[in-house]
Design a protein around this ligand. Structure first.
Ligand SMILES: Cc1cc2nc3c(=O)[nH]c(=O)nc-3n(C[C@H](O)[C@H](O)[C@H](O)COP(=O)(O)OP(=O)(O)OC[C@H]3O[C@@H](n4cnc5c(N)ncnc54)[C@H](O)[C@@H]3O)c2cc1C
Ligand code: FES
Length: 334
């Protein structure tokens, strides 16, 4: 085990012998810039100040011989033989991430519940998408206007994008996805987008309130926390109509496996066998917390739910600066 130190940010993290520097950075929640992750694009280039790096195979195409001679390296491809000091400008805001448009192939379509479809998209070739946990993409098909969907997986293997899509009654694109879209079809994504993302540099406990498929970006955030071994307290409140709308058992499993992750499902129209919490999801949070002064709040889902969280949590001491939200507004036809 060696260590990597970025002299620009002062951050240090450990690295295993068989890991690339970029993989080690990502798994410690450090946002080094990258693009393809395959040695082509050059976006992960950094200057090595001290220590020894090497490439398993030949020097990749994304870096010139002159750059290698000048002490530069492609972090997505190189391993280390010693402790390394380097300089690279980390991504600390969404503005630092390049917005990309790229094709993607439908890898898998599965129906998670009555009206929620899980779509797995694969970015072909040498491309991948860098994003922060919580952000969304615009999904485009030649026959429809682009539609916004939050990315549901953590930004670790970012050549695969998972989406949770609620099929809207009368909704053109979501019904097409549910009924007609076929495996291996080609779509286009544009992203990453949105200023809703998990704040890494905080140690405040987080309350994450999801309504319906608003669970998607919350899943990305929690998987990212697990990936980076974060021990921050996370309280997930997931509001849906009835039990089948809790379309994944993951939050229940996380709360059993990790002491710092807690889960409260809340049903607004429960069946008669339901013994858990009922009512509006934001009311359950208000009941459970004396005050919200020391908490960060992440709210995601239907605009009416996000608005209810914003308006009522302030009265319990939530600071505006600690509130992050993503309202699933919909695009009106042009
Ligand atoms: C930032 C952002 C992230 C989003 N992430 C997700 C996500 O992860 N998962 C997800 O399921 N959805 C998400 N949405 C909502 C999603 O974009 C819309 O549901 C989708 O665009 C509907 O497309 P459609 O073509 O099926 O409906 P349209 O044909 O555009 O709409 C048909 C009719 O349905 C109604 N309608 C459309 N969308 C909604 C809606 N969301 N709520 C209520 N009524 C609606 C409208 O009245 C409209 O007239 C997100 C929205 C935003 C802005
Ligand atoms: S060369 Fe593209 S991310 Fe490393």
């Amino acid at each position: 085990m060696f260590s990597i130190e970025n002299q620009i940010s002062g951050k240090t993290f450990p690295i295993n012998k068989d890991e690339t520097i970029l993989d080690a950075a990502i798994s410690h929640g450090i946002n080094f810039p990258y693009g393809c992750q395959k040695g082509f694009c050059g976006q992960c280039k950094a200057t090595i100040l001290e220590g020894e790096v090497y490439y398993e195979d030949e020097v990749p195409n994304g870096i010139t011989e002159q750059e290698v001679a000048d002490g530069m390296a492609l972090l997505c491809q190189c391993n280390v033989k010693s402790d390394v000091k380097l300089t690279v400008s980390e991504i600390d805001s969404v503005d630092d991430i390049e917005l990309k448009t790229m094709p993607c192939r439908v890898e898998k379509i599965s129906h998670l519940s009555g009206d929620v479809v899980k779509l797995l998209l694969k970015i072909p070739g040498s491309e991948s998408l860098q994003y922060l946990a919580g952000q969304y993409i615009d999904l485009a098909h030649p026959d429809f206007e682009p539609r916004a969907f939050s990315i549901a997986n953590a930004p670790v293997n970012s050549s695969t994008i998972e989406l949770h899509i609620r099929v809207i009654e009368g909704g053109k694109f979501t019904n097409y996805i549910s009924n007609d879209l076929e495996k291996k079809s080609l779509l286009k994504i544009e992203g990453p987008k949105g200023s809703f993302y998990f704040i890494e540099d905080s140690d405040k406990p987080a309350i994450l309130v999801a309504g319906g498929t608003g669970f998607a970006p919350i899943k990305s955030i929690i998987e990212h926390m697990i990936e980076t071994n974060s021990d921050r307290e996370a309280f997930i409140y997931w509001g849906v109509r009835d039990e089948p709308d809790l379309y994944m058992s993951l939050p229940e499993e996380w709360s059993k496996e990790y002491d710092n992750i807690h889960f409260v499902p809340v049903l607004s129209e429960p069946n008669e066998n339901w013994k858990g919490r009922t009512g509006f999801v934001h009311d359950s949070v208000l009941e459970d917390f004396e005050d919200l002064i020391d908490y960060e709040v992440y709210a995601c889902g239907p605009p009416v739910m996000v608005e209810a969280v914003a308006n009522t949590f302030i009265g319990k001491g939530m600071k505006k600066d600690n509130f992050y939200s993503d309202a699933f507004e919909f695009a009106f036809e042009q």
